[in-house]
Write a protein that binds this ligand. Sequence first.
Ligand code: ZN
Length: 175
Amino acid sequence: MLKKETVMVAKKKAAAMIRESGIKLSAEEEEGIEVLDFGLSNLDKEGAQILTFFDTPRVSVRVVALFPHQTIPEHWHPPNDNDPGKEENIRVVEGTLFLYLQGEDNMNSGGIPEGRDDYYTARHEIVLKPGSQITLQPGTKHWFQAGSKGTVFYLFSSQDILDEFTDPKVSKKSN
Ligand code: ZN
């Protein structure tokens, strides 16, 4: 569970990063930034700051700010009855983003949060810089980590349905 103070500080920091990247934000939008610790109570290591611009039944647009080396835990977007699973499109605006997928282990620049090896099985590293983008097909296991200066990226996705995490303790709720 995150303290109110921690959430406030993280929100402010994320808003500043987003603005510095050139994306305009209103005061209301800044207030709406979600600070997620995925139920792990270790925000700076495993967490994310996410602002949703659009979330309709068919498409969502978000901007994500990750602090230096902050990691979004490994997860995938499974199909459900009527949908093949969420497709995610990522485009980096600022900083370096390491993306990990299943495949040949070439992990080099980023690293698994300490003591958490069991929950990070995808070890194929892709380095994304400002202006690079990638599409993740539904069902693909993946996790994200910011480089040493943090990162800001867009996340465009289809219908926001259930995510599943490798670590069963992870929840999408922040508190
Ligand atoms: Zn995802």
